[in-house]
Design a protein around this ligand. Structure first.
Ligand code: EPZ
Length: 417
């Protein structure tokens, strides 16, 4: 398994381009199941999860031609309507085939994703919404089997603004008979991106980005021709690298409107932020002011930036309180940060971070995607050498992160253990 070796203490300076957003690319890829195509999707990040999604689509009747972040695919009636456990357990977003398969073919058999490092992550709200649209759902030896002659429009209240649930139900509703209204829908930019692509395919959708989304079903959809939005979490991670190292980094292609909560917190930290049409530039502060954060569904502070921000607070000049309200177990990075000398105390969903003068390089282990990013940032600011193992977690969500950081002056390299 590969490792990252980081010699800390370098100021990061320069420009780097952000890749396409993993969490927009995945629902966009699965949305191609809604129509025969040929579909064209560009600005795809070259990541393991994207490859996994393409393999899953191929198993569901698609022909996939993928080259340099662009994919052309057709989606024909599959021999099987099944998303198998071995794929779903490696990538939970595979459950997003449920809505499109049900909408187009009236049949889907998807492995229950099971839990993951950060939480139980049930899909009960996805299933409740599909049942409201007339699907018959039953559980069969770890699989969800769903059938529907034709989905019908329904008014669905989501107990939680679930991102994946909102995406699955919007996709399902595009071909349903009648109108569907999703209330308490998630508002993430990735959902707005998906809806823009669906509208380009002829879907009739209003309210994306608000908590009420209305979808008027149509009989069929045209091919997709779209380019994925920039990855706001990768952008945020790169900007935090500047703040961690008292550097200056401009992230080209980053959109400030996608990162307002993070940018507001970075200002409180004392960073200088410069925005222009090319992207976002952050100049790290000499002294990092301690700041409290509380993760919330969009537009609140993103849970996917919590671990990375905690790394910054670990070298803040004072005490910060980090509250994680979205997932029940998203503090796995804390014990690894403690190995690097961080002073953090966890009480339930709240971590109290007492900033230290300097983090100490150490061998640490990645446990999940964003925890990996947190430990890379910590290594950049730490003294001596940090060795990060199990970086297959990192490779799921960051396209060539070590190359991007090296371009900014970091001393970081990947070695095969
Ligand atoms: C998406 O996951 C993202 N993944 C996650 O990013 C992100 O952390 C999350 O949204 C929240 O922003 C993708 O887009 C591929 P949810 P998702 O459904 O859709 C509970 C990353 O690091 N819930 O909004 O699975 C659930 O348990 C990944 O890139 C139910 O209880 O998130 C969780 O506590 C990690 N029942 C909360 O809602 C349901 O039916 C938010 O989950 C669905 C969700």
């Amino acid at each position: 398994m590969d490792k990252l070796i980081i010699h800390g203490g370098r100021r990061l300076t320069g420009e780097v381009a952000v890749s396409g957003a993993k969490n927009a690319a995945l629902p966009l890829l699965f949305a191609t199941l809604l129509a025969p195509g040929p579909h064209r999707l560009g600005n795809l990040p070259q990541l393991r999860d994207i490859t996994t999604a393409e393999h899953l689509l191929a198993g569901l009747g698609a022909t996939v031609e993928s080259r340099n972040g662009r994919v052309v695919l057709t989606s024909n009636t599959p021999a099987t309507f099944e998303a198998p456990y071995e794929l779903v357990r490696t990538m939970r977003a595979s459950v997003l085939v449920l809505g499109p398969l049900l909408a187009r073919y009236g049949l889907a058999r998807v492995s229950l994703p099971g839990g993951c490092a950060i939480g139980a992550r049930p899909i009960n709200l996805h299933l409740k919404g599909l049942e409201a649209m007339g699907a018959e759902i039953h559980l069969d030896h770890g699989y969800v089997e769903a059938r529907a002659k034709r989905l019908k429009g329904a008014r669905i209240y989501l107990d939680l603004p679930t991102v994946g649930g909102t995406e699955n139900l919007i996709m399902a509703a595009t071909l349903a008979k009648g109108t569907t209204v999703l209330e308490n829908a998630a508002r993430e930019p990735e959902i707005v991106d998906l809806v823009r692509a669906l509208q380009g395919m002829g879907a009739k959708i209003e309210g994306a980005g608000s908590d009420t989304v209305t979808i008027e079903g149509v009989d069929e959809l045209k091919p997709m021709d779209y380019a994925v939005m920039p990855d706001r979490i990768e952008a945020g991670t790169l900007l935090l690298a500047a703040a961690m190292t008292a550097g200056q980094v401009r992230v080209l292609g980053a959109r400030p409107e996608h990162n307002e909560a993070l940018l507001s917190k970075l200002e409180e930290v004392g960073a200088d932020i410069d925005i222009d049409e090319a992207g976002i530039c952050v100049t790290g502060p000499g002294e990092i002011c301690p700041v409290n954060i509380r993760t919330q569904p969009y537009p609140g502070f993103p849970t996917d930036m919590q671990a990375q921000f905690m790394a910054l607070m670990a070298i803040g000049r004072g005490t910060s309180v980090v509250s994680e309200t979205v997932f029940e177990n998203r503090f796995m990075h804390v014990c690894e940060l403690q190995r690097m000398g961080a002073d953090i105390n966890i009480d339930g969903h709240t971590a109290t971070v007492q900033g230290v003068e300097q983090l100490l390089g150490a061998p640490v282990m990645a446990t999940d995607l964003r925890a990996s990013a947190c430990l890379v940032l910590a290594g950049l600011a730490a003294d001596n050498t940090t060795e990060l193992s199990r970086i297959y977690h990192l490779d799921r969500g960051y396209e060539g992160l070590e190359q991007k950081l090296r371009k900014l002056g970091a001393d970081i390299e990947r070695v095969s253990a």
